[in-house]
Write a new protein. Structure first.
Length: 379
């Protein structure tokens, strides 16, 4: 009886992830057509103590191919005390003339429990343009980033655009583990768009119309949650006009960021990410999360079930291989899109320990606070 239940769970997981695999293929790659720049953008970048990352970010902004007159950059200082503001001011003085400096530095005005939502709201109040793009201060922007958004907007009737984020790090097993984990998340994100069940985006690469933001009352209703400046707003856009919310599947639009430096930072980050899922108002991601959780519990449970001779070794291996194979398919597609196929060499070992990490994070989630940018929040 137990074996039958487990095989039904694995079968359900197989069908669901297989469906997302098909969805990944249905989201077409967007190729630039060299259209003249048209859309005006306000780029909003909140930051707190990012001195070690701002130099690379600012250099990537300088390299953007887009017409300077068509975009502005709003950097929102969220109570930094590490010299971040000085780095920005020095950059503007050295690289941009006073009459055409498109970078504006402002201070965050706290009004809620969410510093990042407050920072974005502070910037939106002075943003000059209707199209808003948010990214993070630890990101590097590609040269044709704004061109990709602009052409997509010109060719599609859209109010919100989720775009790809690539995680990188020095070659180590810990970093490859993180990259494989994020590749699976990006794969599921893209796949969900392909099956018309989108539910997730990443605020490190997220664009939307200011008019649409105002139409859905911005962050109202979820500003008590410290995190979720991206997902909760994204889900509001879906409810408002799902047909005009898209994914920009373009290599030219891929924003790059770094993986966590320590295991502690990684755990804190994943707890923060997981804490948002229970607040979702869309049924599909909750259902997907439940199936993923139960499937991982099954995999973790294979060890005691084998030890106590409930299952034989062949059965345990078969169950593992089924999950291993379907996960590999979507991760392979994602790694090929992001040109990170090399990390697949660690996939076998990662797939063995990943269920244990997932269960641990979900087990401590209700009881553990997380630290984000030097502040502590309830999960």
């Amino acid at each position: 009886m137990l074996l039958t239940i487990i095989f039904f769970i694995i079968l359900f997981y197989l069908v669901l992830i297989g469906w997302l695999n098909q969805g990944f293929n249905k989201v077409e790659n967007f190729e630039l057509q060299d259209l003249p720049n048209k859309t005006k953008f306000s780029i909003i970048i909140p930051f707190r103590n990012e001195a070690k990352n701002l130099t690379q970010l600012l250099a990537s902004i300088k390299r953007l191919n887009y017409k300077t007159a068509l975009f502005e950059v709003l950097l929102v200082n969220d109570d930094s005390d590490d010299g971040s503001e000085k780095i920005i001011n020095t950059f503007c003085q050295k690289n941009l003339n006073s009459h055409n400096c498109q970078i504006t530095l402002i201070n965050n005005k706290r009004t809620s429990n969410s510093p990042k939502k407050d920072a974005i709201t502070s910037a939106l109040k002075i943003a000059q343009h209707d199209w808003i793009i948010t990214t993070d201060a630890d990101c590097i922007l590609p040269k044709y980033w704004l061109d990709a958004f602009d052409e997509f907007i010109q060719l599609n009737n859209t109010i919100a655009i989720a775009a790809p984020v690539k995680f990188i790090g020095a070659s180590s097993f810990f970093n490859r583990f993180q990259i494989l984990d994020t590749l699976s998340l990006q794969g599921v994100t893209i796949g969900a768009f392909g099956i018309h069940r989108p539910f997730m985006c990443n605020g490190a690469n997220f664009g939307y119309s200011k008019n649409a933001f105002e139409s859905v009352d911005g962050f109202k209703g979820n500003d008590e949650f410290a995190s979720g400046d991206d997902v909760f707003l994204f889900q509001k856009f879906l409810k408002y006009d799902k047909n005009r919310v898209h994914f920009l599947k373009s290599e030219k639009a891929i924003v790059t960021t770094k993986v966590s430096e320590t295991i502690s930072e990684f755990i804190q980050q994943r707890i923060r990410w997981a804490s948002k899922s229970s607040k979702y108002k869309i049924v599909f991601p909750k259902f997907l999360g439940l199936i993923v959780l139960v499937t991982n519990l099954v995999l973790v449970g294979l060890i005691p079930l084998y030890i106590f001779k409930v299952f034989n070794l062949k059965t345990a291996i078969l169950i593992f291989l089924i999950k291993f194979s379907i996960d590999l398919l979507i991760i392979f597609k994602s790694s090929r899109f992001f040109k990170q196929e090399a990390v697949l060499l660690s996939y076998a070992f990662v797939s063995l320990i990943h269920p244990f990490v997932t269960i641990y994070i979900l087990a401590v989630l209700p009881f553990k606070k997380y630290t984000w940018k030097g502040r502590q929040f309830k999960s």
